[in-house]
Design a protein around this ligand. Structure first.
Ligand code: ZN
Ligand code: ZN
Ligand code: ZN
Length: 555
């Protein structure tokens, strides 16, 4: 009887799947592995500074097993955006994994002015813990400043801590914030003259043997070789000339042109740190991720594990060479091959169809403004010191002192509340006076008060993005928005931080266990990712999540 019931059930299942989904998945493609089994491993991939258009611009140079495999076998959300300002690395990684924005997770920037202690703090800094794997301070890090849980935390709670969480990135914050508060460990790369993967006592007292083995091998040294283009450079017609005025390059080399002899350049560029700013930093990250899969036995039992991998080198390359560089193009072509290598390793060690991958970015980047100017597109550079001097003069003439302001950072002005009280000034009046004053300054597009952020519910436009990035406890009193494609940066290389499409529009790809094949132009936002993974796993949403699960990507 039991057998008969299950036969009927599977027939119903077969017919209902067949009728609803034959337009999406050919019937022959539905294998046992692709039906609703819980993934053994979630691999979250964040590519630092990856714009959406890199997927399409470099597509015909990609192989079959990397980005294209994700696009062809999985689900491609083509209109995926950050929904807050500022678009920086710390907030980006926190938002992907917590399913919310700085308003709730509290990571308002990479560094910010802490109003309570009146000091600038770093998002992953934790002076109460010690470094593990280095004598330096580079390991004094933890996710303590992130106020909410990540989906990796919820998976730990759900599995009674049996499901593991491991975070990996060249950058500490790219490993620490995704892995969350309950992580088994986060590992990041300490360059300089050490070239080792490290962690902090927040996670553990000693490096595990597999990390010690990895550090003792020549895994990092092997990349001190020539960095030349992966494919013949003349085929890279999707990027600008290798020799141009918009790149910084490396110390010790006259021009920012291929090939780069890294063995020769390393001594003039902080030794192992040079690897971070080349395509090889991503290769080293994959090498280490594969060692982690093996060393931690990820995806080997019935409790889902989480591996959070962030590729930081794309960001260093973007800052150095810009969005339109040959170096940038080569970095993505090589990352594509590194993804192929990682996916094949997962196929072999976890099993095809038994793991789920998502890939996104922590922000995009603007084209080098000097390049945009050269092709007549409005763009430019900002001098924040100049701006500060100007409103300091205004404060002195209006209030008799500049001390009503105690900090200016991340396009926000922080008032000295004690000084305001002492002078008998109403904070709302001073906020408004600074708005009225600054809106006439060149290259300031908009200025808002904290009062507006706290009292109005914005639903669209830059105002809504600012509000999602605004944390009442941590953010400033006046918020400034710069003109489009204007940055306070050197005239070489790209940067990011705004709420405009070049910074907000990033890839979102899902593939593997429980994921449909398809694509959409419907708008999705970064905080949707974590609830989607939670829904896939049937676990609680991260405790501050504001995004919605993307039901259409799930099988
Ligand atoms: Zn970043
Ligand atoms: Zn170049
Ligand atoms: Zn960056």
């Amino acid at each position: 009887m039991k057998k008969l019931l299950s036969l009927i059930a599977s027939l119903i299942f077969f017919f209902s799947c067949g009728s609803q989904e034959k337009t999406i998945i050919p019937a022959t493609k539905i294998t046992e592995a692709e039906t609703n089994v819980k993934p053994k491993l979630i691999v979250g991939i964040v590519v630092d500074q990856m714009r959406y258009d890199y997927l399409t611009r470099f597509e015909n140079k990609f192989g079959e097993g990397g980005f294209k495999r994700m696009m062809q076998e999985g689900f491609n959300c083509k209109n995926n955006h950050f929904n807050y300002v500022p678009t920086y690395t710390g907030p980006g990684h926190a938002s992907v994994y917590t399913g919310t924005t700085p308003k709730y997770h509290g990571v308002i920037s990479n560094n910010w002015y802490d109003k309570e202690i009146k000091e600038t703090v770093y998002c992953a800094q934790d002076d109460s813990v010690a470094s593990v794997g280095t004598e330096s301070d580079a390991g004094k890090m933890s996710p303590q400043r992130m106020l909410t849980t990540s989906f990796a935390d919820e998976n730990r709670l759900f599995t009674q801590m049996r499901g593991k969480s491991i975070g990996i990135a060249i950058k500490d914050r790219g490993a620490i914030l995704p892995a969350g508060h309950t992580a088994n460990a986060a590992y990041w790369f300490h360059g300089k003259d050490e070239g080792v993967w490290i962690t902090s006592t927040f996670y553990r007292e000693d490096l595990p043997q597999w990390v010690k083995d990895f550090n003792a091998s020549d895994a990092a040294e092997v990349y001190f070789k020539d960095w030349d283009t992966y494919l013949p450079i003349e085929t890279y017609v999707e990027s600008g000339d290798d020799l141009n005025n918009f790149e910084r390059g490396f110390d010790g080399k006259e021009t920012a042109t291929f090939p780069y002899n890294l063995a020769e350049l390393k001594s003039k560029n902080n030794d192992f740190d040079i690897l971070k700013a080349t395509a090889y930093g991503n290769s080293l990250t994959v090498d280490f991720a594969m060692a982690a899969i093996k060393g931690e036995s990820l995806g080997q039992d019935n409790d889902t594990d989480v591996l959070a991998v962030s590729f930081s080198s794309t960001d260093y390359v973007g800052h150095n060479f810009g969005v339109n560089s040959k170096e940038g193009q080569d970095t993505y072509i090589r990352l594509d091959r590194d993804l192929d290598r990682l996916f094949k390793y997962l196929d072999e060690n976890v099993g095809e169809g038994k793991y789920t991958v998502f890939l996104t970015a922590d922000h995009g980047a603007v084209d080098v403004p000097a390049y945009l100017q050269s092709v007549k597109i409005p763009a430019g550079y900002l001098d924040y010191n100049d701006r500060k001097n100007r409103f300091t003069n205004f404060l002195e003439t209006t209030y008799g002192t500049k001390n009503v302001v105690e900090n200016v950072s991340n396009n926000q002005i922080f008032f000295n509340k004690e000084k305001l009280k002492e002078l008998g000034l109403n904070i709302h009046d001073v906020e408004q006076a600074l708005v009225d004053e600054q809106i006439s300054y060149p290259n300031i597009a908009k200025v808002y008060t904290a009062t507006a952020m706290n009292s109005t519910n914005f639903t669209t436009g830059i105002e809504a993005l600012l509000q999602n990035g605004y944390n009442q406890k941590r953010s400033g009193d006046v918020i400034v928005v710069d003109d489009i494609a204007h940055i306070a940066y050197s005239k070489t290389g790209s940067t990011h931080g705004s709420g405009l499409n070049y910074d907000t529009h990033v890839p979102l790809l899902f593939f593997g266990a429980g994921i449909k094949k398809g694509e959409t132009y419907n708008k999705t936002v970064i905080p949707d990712i974590a609830p989607t993974i939670s829904a896939l796993l049937g676990i609680s949403f991260p405790n501050g999540a504001t995004g919605q699960p993307l039901g259409f990507v799930l099988d």
